[in-house]
Write a protein that binds this ligand. Structure first.
Ligand code: CU
Length: 247
């Protein structure tokens, strides 16, 4: 079942992807069983209690409607306790250190990515410095900001290491979506939101927006690239080398 389901999905490329696909498969199995069972009960009632010539329609009696409802509840408990809640718990737990960290600031209609640079520390940001070249507004007077850089619509992360994403939005609710990582989280203005994932293969995909966030929603996507650890280090060094020296 899971193999068949995955053949319809973007290829799983994160450490937790298979577990999420199993939850999805379990939900489909339960939905299918409930659908088929209720359909059978419905047809049975139609036939068994139909109006006959000279006799009024009957009504179901006995304990079996209760048994049917109990079976649905048991199925839900199986789904929640057996797969959905454990998977959610593991996702809600912070990633094992040391994680690669990145800030993603959503706006109509772009994903702005703030990288902390080799020091791993995000420099201060200030809306006074927000401009066309820097949609995040890095305050270059902050010593921690000396190696920070911003890319509009380009998210690059290393393979085999957890990446912790700090999400925020400048305007409306956007939906940060990395289909191959099985990551989808709403980015709500005013709320600091984090998510994380560990890519297990390198590749090039895209960041999508899964909330209808305005007229330009369809073009709100970004390049999403998973590179090997060495290639990621080279990418960061390259971007830092491009930075203009502080005045
Ligand atoms: Cu959006």
């Amino acid at each position: 079942m899971i193999g068949w389901l995955q053949s319809w999905l973007p290829a799983p490329a994160s450490a937790h992807a298979a577990e999420f696909d199993r939850v999805l498969a379990a939900a489909h199995v339960e939905g299918l069983v409930v659908f088929a069972s209720w359909l059978a009960v419905f047809v049975l009632i139609l036939v068994r209690f139909r109006a006959r010539r000279g006799a009024a329609p009957g009504t179901p009696a006995g304990a079996w409607p209760l048994v049917a409802i109990a079976a649905v509840v048991a199925g839900d408990v199986w789904l929640l306790a057996g797969s959905a809640l454990p998977a959610w718990y593991r996702r809600a737990t912070p990633p094992p250190a040391p994680a690669n960290e990145v800030r993603v600031v959503a706006e109509q209609f772009a994903w702005n990515v703030h990288y902390p640079g080799p020091d791993g520390v995000f420099g201060r940001t200030n809306r006074a410095f927000v401009g066309a070249a820097d949609p995040v507004g890095i305050d270059r007077r902050d010593p921690a900001a000396h190696d920070d850089f911003v890319l509009i619509g380009v998210l690059v992360v290393p393979e085999g290491r957890p990446t912790l994403v700090h999400l925020s939005s400048k305007d409306v609710i956007h939906g940060f979506t990395l289909a191959t990582m099985r990551v989808k989280v709403d980015v709500t203005p005013g709320l600091p939101i984090t998510t994380w994932f560990t890519p297990v293969t390198t590749g090039t995909w895209e960041v999508g927006c899964s909330q209808l966030c305005g007229l330009g929603h369809y073009r709100m996507r970004a390049l999403f690239e998973v590179r090997s650890a060495d290639a990621f280090r080279a990418f960061v060094a390259d971007e830092v080398a491009r930075l203009e020296p502080a005045p």
